[in-house]
Design a protein around this ligand. Sequence first.
Ligand code: NAP
Length: 414
Amino acid sequence: MAEVLVKVPKGEKITFKDGVPQTPDIPIIGFIEGDGTGPDIWRAAKHLFDSAVEFCYGGKRKVAWMELYAGEKAQKLANTYLPEETLEKIREYRIAIKGPLTTPVGGGFRSLNVTLRQMLDLFACVRPVKYFPGVPSPVVNPHDVDVVIFRENTEDVYAGFEVPSGSEEAKKIIQFCKKEFGWNIRPDSGIGLKPISESGSKRLIRAAIKYALRHNRKSVTLVHKGNIMKYTEGAFLNWGYELVRQEFSDVAVCWSDCNGNPGEKLLVKDTIADIFLQQILTRPREFDVIATMNLNGDYMSDAIAAQVGGIGIAPGANINFETGSAIFEATHGTAPKYANLDKVNPSSLILSGVMMFEYIGWDEVSEVILRAMKKTFHDRIFTYDFARLTTGATEVKCSEFAKAVVARLSKNPE
Ligand code: NAP
C-alpha cells in the first residue's frame, strides 16, 4: 500500500456474522466528504448524525469517523483520484458513507462511483423512495410512493466491456460474429457487451427477497425487458422465479404459482420495464420492493425519486450482502456551481445515513432522524431547491437545515 493518508481513530471494527453487522459501541465508520458541494452536505449531515447518536445513547455509543480520500482531494494529496488505501480501508472496516465525486472529464477515466462499486463488489444498489409530507412533488398523489429499488451493480452494459467504432478490437469482434454466428454487424459500429449471469442475478434477487421479508413488504417485482433481450433480461426473470421455488418456497411464491393470491407469503411478480415506468406513475401502490438489472435500475431510480421531490432527497447504498461491505451515498452529483455556498439540500446524504444506522442495527438513531426530518418538512423549512417550489416556505442554508432537524429530535412518536 503506497499511500498513508488515513488516520485511524480510536474505536472498533464493525464485523459481520450470519448476514448481520455486529456493531460495537464505538464503531469506526469511513467517510468520503466528496467534491463540489460534498463538504457542505457532509458537515451538515455529520452534525445531525452525531447529535442524533448523542440524543439516543447519551454518550454510551458514538461513531468514530475515519476520513477516507477519493476524488479531487485525493488527487491533490496523493496524485490519484482513488488511492488503493481507500479501497483497503473500506474492505477492512466494511462501512463507509460518501458525498458525491466528480468524474474527471476526458478519456481513460471511469466514474469513481462505478469503480468503487465494482472493485468492492458492492453488487446491490439499494434506493428507498418514500414521500415526506410537505415536500413539493410533480405528481398528484406522491404519498402513494413507497418503494425500495434493488439495482444490480456489477454487470450489464456497465461491466465496461466496450470498444469504439473503427478500433481493431471492434473489427475483430465484428469479424468473429460474422464467421461464427453469421451475424451482420455494420462495420462502423462501436460494440458493448451486456453480460447478465445466473450467479449475479440470483444474489441480487436473493438480497431483495430477504430485505422484503425482513421489512414485512408485500411483494418483490422483477423489472426486465425479457421480451426483447431473452437470454439476458429474460434469463434474469427466469432465474428469479427459479430462486423463489428453490430457496424461498416456504415464505414466498411466484405470481404464476398462486394466480396473484399469495396468502400470507411474499408475492414475487414481474413486469416489463416500459410498462413499469407508466404503472409506477399511475398506480404506485402496486409496487413495493423492486429488483432489476443495472441500466434499468439507473433510469428507474432517478425517475421514481422525481415523484417524491427529486435528487436532492433520494438516498442510496451500495451493499455486498454476502461480505457485509457497504457504502452509503448521496445520489446526486457534486453540483459544483454551489460549492462552498452552504446552500444545497443535505437530505440525500442525511437519508443515506438513516439507511446506514438501520443497517448497523442502530434503529433508534434512524427513527429519531426520520421523525425530526418529517417535522422540519412539515414546518416548511426548506433549502433553496424546495423553497423555490413552495409558497410560505422558510428558506434556510444547508447547515441551517441540519440544525433545524437537530432542534426537532424527539423520542415522542408524535
Ligand atoms: P448534479 O451535480 O447532480 O447537479 C445537477 C443539478 O441538480 C444541480 O445544478 C441542482 O439543480 C440539482 N442538485 C444536485 N444536488 C443537489 C442538492 N444536494 N440539493 C439541491 N439540488 C441539487 O449533476 P451534474 O451537474 O450532472 O454532475 C456534476 C458532477 O457530479 C459530475 O462530475 C458528475 O460526474 C458527478 N456526479 C457524481 C455522482 C455521485 O458521486 N454519486 C452522481 C452524479 C453525478 P439546480 O441547478 O436546478 O439548482
